[in-house]
Design a protein around this ligand. Structure first.
Ligand code: FE2
Length: 433
């Protein structure tokens, strides 16, 4: 543990910070909570007062979402790919995207392309006898359906790489990245026009599937969000008496600092998590939900500091498991949980990296539920470092280091090859600048 003061707030007491997981977690939680409470008090405000500011902002959005649902409106913003590509997204649409922090891109790829990719994935795994060789889930983060997996630990198919390095993907990622503030204090925190091609898995959930879904959680980190110096600076406005200035779209201090390792950690900084639909999916067939309120992160960060939470409890957040959003501590947020509208193959779905999300359960699913996970992960120090390990995994056909080392594709001859990379792909993997 070391102490230093952020240069901008030297009048306030400094915060202890741990750049790696503390040895004594309960003691570290007590220490950081006490320090954060003390820092807020030294700013001349109380924790309750600061929390009330965020809570009022969030409650207003929860009410707005409930009213929109009551009117039968679609809560998720929907923008046509053609408008993004033409630069003709209206100011009103942009404002709504900022307010809700999530987006469906209609017609991101045409349906024939998406359907061909879906078939390509089936051919790819069949031709390499994937199901015969499948050894079961490499982690317990997602369940599986029957003997066939729902999540394919496959990273290097032609379909995935063609999508990742496509101009249409780069166009949407750039549009999304530009919604963030990526420069401040003379620092460019990330390059909005270059993505790092974060490789992730595939989900193919068959007709008739039963799935328990995935509970409400968020993915940006765990205790490191309060305990490392970089995140303390990123969330500085919550803890230094300037809560009104907290901006969930400010990437300052978010793209270079360390993270606490864990089985669910994403090494990349993602402006948006996302996936591309490879089948049509109706809104009531076990689909993604979010709490579409980016400012809710302020609520999640401040809630453990209130006096009704035990001294060594961060509202259930701990290392090596996903950050839970729970009825016990976050019930007001969960009221706003909202599913995506119906999507078609070729549409893509995006949500701000700090937002609460879940996957609804489904019984006897109608139609397939197939997606390729492709986020927006712009070039920045953190993503550049991870790209070095991605390059190695790509060359050898291994599982990327963020995922279990199942390595199914190493001997698969028809995986995507180095020579298949275009200029976007080469820059994304850091082969060209
Ligand atoms: Fe997640």
């Amino acid at each position: 543990m070391t102490r230093t003061s952020p240069a901008s707030s030297t009048a306030l007491p400094s915060l202890p910070h741990w750049e790696a997981i503390p040895d004594d977690l309960p003691a570290a939680i007590r220490t950081i909570k006490h320090a954060l409470q003390g820092r807020i008090a030294a700013s001349g405000r109380t924790v309750e007062e600061v929390f009330a500011v965020i809570e009022a902002r969030v409650r207003a959005e929860v009410a707005d979402i409930a009213a929109a649902k009551a009117r039968g409106e679609t809560v998720w913003p929907v923008i046509d790919y053609t408008d993004i590509a033409a630069g003709s997204v209206s100011a009103e649409q942009l404002a709504y995207l900022h307010r809700r922090g999530c987006l469906v891109v209609r017609g991101h790829f045409d349906r024939d392309t998406a359907a061909a990719w879906d078939r390509d994935i089936v051919d790819y795994v069949d031709s390499n006898r994937f199901f015969e060789n499948y050894r079961g889930p490499g982690d317990d983060f997602f369940g599986s359906v029957g003997s066939k997996p729902e999540i394919y630990p496959i990273y290097w198919s032609q379909a995935q790489m063609q999508a990742r390095q496509s101009d249409r993907m780069a166009t949407v990622q750039g549009f999304l990245n530009h919604q963030w503030r990526h420069e401040s204090d003379g620092v460019q925190w990330f390059d909005p026009d270059r993505d790092s091609l974060y490789p992730d898995r595939i989900r193919r959930r068959p007709e008739g599937a039963n799935s328990n879904g995935l509970g409400t959680h968020l993915d940006p980190g765990t205790l490191d969000l309060w305990m490392t110096q970089a995140y303390q600076q990123a969330f500085r406005h919550l803890f230094d008496g300037t809560v009104e200035q907290y901006d969930p779209w400010d990437a300052s201090h978010r793209t270079a600092g360390p993270q606490y390792p864990g089985s669910t950690m994403c090494s990349a900084f993602r402006t948006f998590q996302g996936w591309t639909a490879l089948s049509d999916m109706d809104h009531d067939q076990g689909v993604l939900h979010t709490v579409p309120i980016p400012e809710a992160m302020g609520y999640l960060m401040l809630r453990p500091l209130l006096s009704d939470v035990a001294d060594d409890d961060m509202c259930g957040v701990t290392v090596n498991r996903v950050f839970p959003a729970s009825q016990q501590w976050h019930s007001v947020l969960l009221e706003a949980l909202t599913g995506i509208p119906d999507v078609k193959a070729g549409d893509s779905v995006w949500w701000h990296c700090d937002m609460i999300h879940s996957v609804a359960p489904v019984r006897d699913q109608k139609g397939w539920g197939n997606v390729m996970y492709i986020p927006a992960a712009p070039w920045c120090p953190r993503n550049e470092a991870y790209a070095a390990s991605v390059r190695k995994a790509f060359i050898t056909g291994s599982s990327p280091s963020d995922f279990p080392d199942e390595d199914y594709e190493r001997s698969w001859p028809n995986r995507f090859q180095l020579d298949d990379l275009n200029a976007v792909g080469r820059r994304g993997l850091g082969i060209d600048d």
